[in-house]
Design a protein around this ligand. Structure first.
Ligand code: TYM
Length: 328
């Protein structure tokens, strides 16, 4: 069975971008693949985190995985810091990478550009991400469009390792959805929707109450026209809302255009809000049940044990090939 690995940072509320771009594919892939899904808390601390918030966010992201349909009996779901091999291989990966490779990463450029002093962890971040993936010899990595570049670097590092130390690591492929690989912000169609945005009206959180969600969609920026047409260059905001509509309603973009021909944005936005509510309300309900059930830690322990078995074996082989003196 082919392997899948992916992860989401525990650095705030998950948005519908995280869901449409990545999480919904986890649920699909677990039917046909051996899956490992991580809550990457070591990545989250590359920007300062309040300790209490970090703990809460880690539990919340884990509960959202299960609420969205990731099945603990089919997939191994684990917290990254529960499997120490990630930090260890992360270090090894940074020694295989070149400064220039990390400097080119757009996520680093974006995040570091916003800060006065830039943490080293933000810079070495892709080495840890490569480790996450390579430890499981993953074939496929479901991610949104913004992680493509990190995946490319992971592939380069895997190839570099294989050239130096003999063919061993699997070179992974990204798995990116056709619709919704890049959900844009609600207030600016040229920016990615992001859970770390300071403006809560720019993103829809998966856990936003239905009324909050309706309000955010009502307020979402459109343009001075009134045609519901898919044209990402000239109508980026409306096109983005149409992408969300299409995902949540299962209607095609063409069908949406036809449905709202000549009607303006009002009815379109009203219906969009109801489709989004219908998609996320059941997930929110399951989320509450999972958090109340007290089962979360049991699932995470089970996931970490399975993940550690695979990860430790890979790490051992890597270290042997590199010439580390192995303990008796
Ligand atoms: P993160 O935590 O920022 O986002 C998690 C996943 O959600 C996708 N995503 C989006 N997709 C569509 N539209 C959006 N607006 C949007 N925003 C986020 C991301 O592409 C991602 O798939 N570096 C990763 C976390 C990570 C990881 C890994 C991923 C660490 N190790 C190993 C895969 C494999 C990140 O920052 O994702």
């Amino acid at each position: 069975m082919k392997r899948v690995l992916s992860g989401i940072q525990s650095s705030g509320k998950l948005t519908i971008g995280n869901y449409i771009g990545a999480l919904q594919n986890y649920v699909k892939l677990q039917e046909t693949h051996e899956c490992f899904f991580s809550i990457v808390d070591l990545h989250a601390i590359t920007v300062p985190q309040n300790p209490e918030d970090l703990k809460e966010q880690t539990e919340s992201v884990a509960a959202l995985y299960f609420a969205a349909g990731v099945d603990p009996n089919k997939s191994s779901v684990f917290v990254q810091s529960h499997v120490p091999a990630h930090a260890e291989l992360g270090w090894i990966m940074t020694t295989l990478a070149y400064m220039g490779e990390f400097e080119r990463m757009t996520q680093f450029k974006d995040k570091s550009g916003k800060q006065e002093s830039v943490g080293v962890g933000l810079f070495t971040y892709p080495g840890l991400m490569a480790a996450d993936i390579l430890l499981y010899n993953a074939d496929l990595v479901p991610v949104g469009d913004d992680q493509k570049q990190h995946l490319e670097l992971t592939r380069d590092l895997a190839n570099r390792f294989n050239q130096r130390y003999g063919e061993y690591l699997k070179v992974p492929e990204p798995y990116i959805p056709e619709v919704g690989a890049r959900i844009m912000s609600l207030d600016d169609g040229s920016n990615k929707m992001s859970k770390s945005s300071p403006n809560p009206n720019s993103f829809i959180a998966m856990l936003d109450e239905p009324d909050v969600l309706r309000k955010k969609i009502k307020r979402a920026t459109t343009d001075s026209g009134r045609e519901v047409l898919f044209d990402p260059v000239n109508k980026p905001e409306v096109s983005n809302l149409m992408t969300i509509y299409s995902y949540c309603s299962a209607l095609s973009i063409k069908e949406i255009e036809q449905q709202y021909e000549g009607q303006g944005y009002g009815p379109f936005k009203k219906d969009l809000a109801e489709h989004v509510v219908a998609t996320f309300e059941p997930i929110q309900q399951r989320y509450k049940e999972i958090r109340a059930s007290g089962e979360l830690h049991k699932y995470l322990q089970q996931g970490a044990e399975r993940a550690a078995e695979v990860a430790n074996e890979t790490l051992k082989e890597i270290k042997q090939r590199m010439g580390f003196l192995m303990p008796l």
